[in-house]
Design a protein around this ligand. Sequence first.
Ligand SMILES: [Zn+2]
Length: 112
Amino acid sequence: MSTTKKGPAGALSADKAPEQRNITIRKEIQSLLNEGEYSVSELSKLVRKSEKDVCDHLEHLLRSGSALVHPARCLKCDFQFEDRHKAKKPGKCPKCKSTHIEAPTFVAAESD
Ligand SMILES: [Zn+2]
């Protein structure tokens, strides 16, 4: 385990949320994904963080290979959004311009 030593406590941006808190939220999201499949808006309610924060955590989990995304899909023409590193729901379909988009969902990556 690495413990990052910081300078004198409160030297700068003491009002910032400690990194420890972020790690806790990420673990919470990770353990939810171990149990089921969730969209950003569902996770946002469960961990009581904004969708933007949840997206940040999810993107981190995706990049580190801890989570997988089931990509967003257009409900009109069935176009699949293939960007697997974006947690945010796309605004509209690039193919048919429909805004009826099924939100991407997230699950824990299989570890075997
Ligand atoms: Zn479409």
